[in-house]
Ligand binder design. Structure first.
Ligand code: NDP
Length: 297
């Protein structure tokens, strides 16, 4: 019987995961389909009930459900618990297990950006959603000593900091109000900037003015496209990376959780590149609508 894996989000119309995961199933001869389920928050609980049946290998969960789904599964892995966000679900009989493979994906992306240089110890993180939670947990466990989080709605960043209070007890994790002058002052003191907001996803905007980006910075943008932030940072002489490696490796980790097999990374990367060449510019959880003028390179 053909098994099913679903991506539950709202919206999911332009997801890149479909092409990447279906190609991986086909390549390894796994009789499974990857489906996109567009479910608004009110329908999330029903969708989670539905995937308990034997037809399903599991699911991916994306914007805006990663935090909301946590109480709906039966068991949560350490990373799901630590982040308070779930992006992958597997089945143990009728019980559902919640995982967070964004953390592993983020670690790959960070390591690649830092390269042979010394791992920095200070970071500025923009955003406080599900993606930001994986980023902050990844940074804490990497040994960062100071992480400053800026978010449009300060209370959400404060909630995230509170969530990590125990994990971050040995270091400084702070939420600060989104004011240009404060962001500028913090960037001058840091080596790593991570954009975990969706600013730049559907419009050619940057979360920060170009002038505050210094040449010493490493800039990681979770968005899978050549955003204005990345272009401004590169023009300032900074090292930059987009969300490709995070997307690829969170997907590969999810594939292995569902199938028990190593993921065909090269093929998955090729499928992502094809989608990008076709004009799709966003990572998971992208709003619907046509890609904006800011071209993926
Ligand atoms: P959420 O919806 O959980 O969070 C969105 C974040 O963006 C919040 O911090 C929100 O701030 C902020 N934001 C959105 N619009 C604006 C705006 N106009 N001005 C200021 N802030 C804004 O989404 P996720 O955390 O899941 O995803 C965030 C981004 O990261 C997306 O672009 C997503 O594609 C990307 N991502 C990429 C991954 C990858 O594998 N490469 C994995 C996970 C995410 P507020 O709380 O104030 O609304």
């Amino acid at each position: 019987m053909t098994k099913r894996v679903v991506l539950i989000g709202h919206p999911v119309a332009h997801s890149l995961s479909g092409a990447m995961q279906q190609a991986a199933f086909d390549k390894l001869g796994i009789d499974a389909t990857y489906e996109l389920w567009d479910r608004p928050p009110i329908d999330l609980a029903d969708a989670i009930t539905e995937i308990r049946s034997d037809d399903f290998l599991g699911a991916n969960v994306t914007i805006p459900h990663k935090e909301r789904v946590v109480p709906m599964v039966d068991r949560i892995t350490e990373e799901g618990q630590a982040t308070g966000a779930v992006n992958t679900i597997t089945r143990e009989g009728r019980r559902l297990v919640g995982h967070n493979t964004d953390v592993a994906g983020f670690r790959f992306a960070l390591d690649a950006l830092v390269g042979k240089a010394k791992m920095p110890r200070n970071a500025v993180v923009l955003g406080a959603g599900g993606g930001a939670r994986a980023v902050v947990f990844g940074l804490i466990t990497e040994g960062f000593q100071r992480i400053i989080v800026f978010n449009r709605h300060l209370h959400r960043a404060e909630g995230m900091v509170k969530h990590f209070a125990r994990t971050a007890a040995h270091m400084e994790l702070r939420a600060m109000p989104w004011h240009e002058s404060i962001i500028e002052a913090e960037l001058a003191k840091t080596k790593l900037l991570v954009n975990a907001t969706s600013i730049g996803l559907t419009s050619d905007e940057s979360p920060v003015p170009a002038e505050v980006l210094l040449p010493e910075l490493l800039v990681l943008d979770l968005i899978y496209a050549r955003t204005k932030l990345q272009r401004d940072a590169a023009a300032a002489g900074a090292e930059t990376a987009d969300g490709e490696l995070m997307l690829l490796h969170q997907g590969a980790a999810a594939f292995t959780l569902w199938t028990g097999q190593p993921a065909p990374l090269e093929l998955m990367q090729q499928k992502l590149a094809e989608a990008r060449a076709g004009g799709i510019r966003s990572a998971e959880g992208e709003p619907t609508g046509e890609p904006s003028g800011a071209v993926a390179e």
